[in-house]
Design a binder for this molecule. Structure first.
Ligand code: TMP
Length: 211
């Protein structure tokens, strides 16, 4: 049986990736594929509990290394109990954020050493990497305006404009370095155009597997 594909949805705040992800799942299912949708941090009962700690704005400030380790602790649980078994069964896994978010947020955002993140990536993931990364890119200004409209802000959403600017730069830099995996979706556009562009990319991914 053919291994499933791991497609991750990345970007700053307010890019609409969490709205687009179920639409992507529905589209792929229409094409006859088995699909699961999940998210990070989270995706398992333990991962969701860790997410609660990571996003809680009422907790005292967290050491950046603690934040990094909790992201990978949640990720380990997710990979072992959900992602790898699904991929092995030929199921496509659509994941709202993955390790590229760690490079962007903890690396570029918090200023943690990229090499340290890479060590954890190798330890926790072995050779597992996303087959495709959809980067929902938009200006920080638009993203923050949209995120604010959603109401209560979590621990990350309360960060400064500069923090999110570094994250955007980080994602775009990674998109250049890993241009084979990355596809950039212009998330500044109206919702239906974002969906259209995403579906064009999904068609490419399906065609690649069929070859
Ligand atoms: P979400 O708002 O897209 O659901 O993601 C939760 C927050 O967690 C978001 O602000 C980004 C942050 N995050 C990291 O800082 N590092 C990571 O590795 C992941 C997966 C998420």
């Amino acid at each position: 049986m053919m291994r499933g594909q791991l497609i991750t949805f990345e970007g700053g705040e307010g890019g609409g990736k969490s709205t687009q992800l179920p639409l992507a799942a529905a589209y792929l299912r229409e094409q006859g594929l088995e699909v699961i949708t999940t998210r990070e941090p989270g995706g398992t009962q333990i991962g969701e509990a860790i997410r609660g700690v990571l996003l809680n704005p009422d907790l005292p400030p967290m050491h950046p290394d603690t934040e990094l380790l909790l992201m990978f602790a949640a990720r380990n649980e997710h990979i072992q109990s959900a992602i790898l078994p699904a991929l092995a069964q030929g199921t496509w896994v659509l994941c709202d954020r993955f390790t590229d978010a760690t490079y962007a947020y903890q690396g570029f955002g918090r200023g943690l050493d990229q090499a340290r993140i890479a060590q954890l990536e190798t330890w926790v993931q072995g050779v597992l990497r996303p087959d495709h990364i959809l980067l929902f890119d938009l200006t920080v200004k638009t993203g923050m305006q949209r995120a604010k409209k959603r109401g209560a802000m979590d621990r990350f959403e309360q960060e400064s404009y500069d923090f999110f600017e570094r994250i955007r730069v980080g994602y775009l830099e990674r998109a250049k370095t890993y241009s084979q995996q990355y596809r950039i979706v212009n998330a500044e556009q109206a919702l239906e155009h974002v969906t259209q562009q995403m579906i064009q990319y999904l068609d490419e991914f399906i065609a690649e597997v069929g070859q």
